[in-house]
Design a binder for this molecule. Structure first.
Ligand code: GLP
Length: 244
């Protein structure tokens, strides 16, 4: 779906999330959301905060799983995805922080594999993700599933692509300060979500959106795997869609 601009698109996605939450609340069911970081979803989070403050949307009982976190990373660091999620969403709504899950950037190396397995099991125990939102990196990554990621990959420790680290360098005051690794949900984890919404804005993303939507399905551009799912919607502004 192509919208005239990212503000309209973000409001549509937030409304879709709000409808899902309200529908499940009416049935007494838990909504399980897969959340993303980066600049792209900020407008969606801002609109969800507005719906909470002005339109009575409650996040009580909503359960969230974030896609990824840098490794190593202290939750209190300015660049952590924990800080990002608190600032842009969690600190401004009535969500119970016990229901919030973000990969742990402070694990000892020997504890990572067990943590990742547990992350998968927790998602399953809640009945799976109802809706996963995604941005896209310029390498074609979703979450931090860089080129080479397998379609059935699960939550795991990965090595970040050089371009991804370059793109993150501004947040860290130089590429040399960007962690070389991250913990990310896998392509297989994302695929199990009942609905997937990938969003992209601006000309900067047009070339990778073209590859993701029209390119040959290949691990070279992990977002191309989304072509294999029936539950995926790409939500774009006109600039991001301009090469389609
Ligand atoms: C990071 C995140 C991704 C995100 C990507 C794009 O690498 N791990 O989940 O999609 O950045 O970021 P932005 O939305 O800032 O362009």
């Amino acid at each position: 779906t192509v919208y005239p601009d990212q503000h309209i698109a973000s409001r549509q996605i937030a409304a879709r999330i709000a409808n899902l939450i309200r529908k499940k609340q009416a049935l007494g069911e838990t909504t399980v959301l897969g959340l993303a970081t980066g600049v792209t979803p900020i407008g969606v989070y801002a609109e969800l905060v507005r719906l909470y403050k002005e339109e009575g949307l409650s996040f009580k009982g909503v359960v969230t799983f974030n896609l990824d976190e840098y490794y190593p990373m202290k939750p209190s660091a300015a660049q952590s995805y924990v800080t990002f999620m608190k600032e842009n969403l969690f600190d401004q709504i009535d969500i119970d922080m016990a229901n919030v899950h973000i990969p742990d950037g402070t694990l000892a190396p020997e504890d990572i594999a067990a943590f990742c397995l547990d992350y998968e099991q927790k998602i399953s125990a809640y009945g799976g993700l109802d809706l996963q939102i995604l941005g896209i990196g310029r390498t074609g990554h979703i979450g931090f599933n860089e080129p080479g990621s397998a379609p059935n990959s699960g939550t795991r420790l990965v090595t970040l692509d050089d371009l991804t680290r370059r793109d993150a360098s501004r947040d860290f005051g130089g590429k040399q300060n960007v962690p070389t690794k991250a913990i990310t949900m896998g392509i297989g984890t994302i695929f199990k979500a009942r609905e997937i919404v990938l969003m992209a804005w601006n000309k900067k993303k047009a070339f990778i959106i073209k590859k993701a939507v029209e390119g040959e399905i290949s691990s070279d551009v992990p977002a191309t795997y989304l072509q294999l799912s029936e539950n995926v919607e790409f939500v774009l502004d006109e600039d991001a869609a301009s090469e389609l």
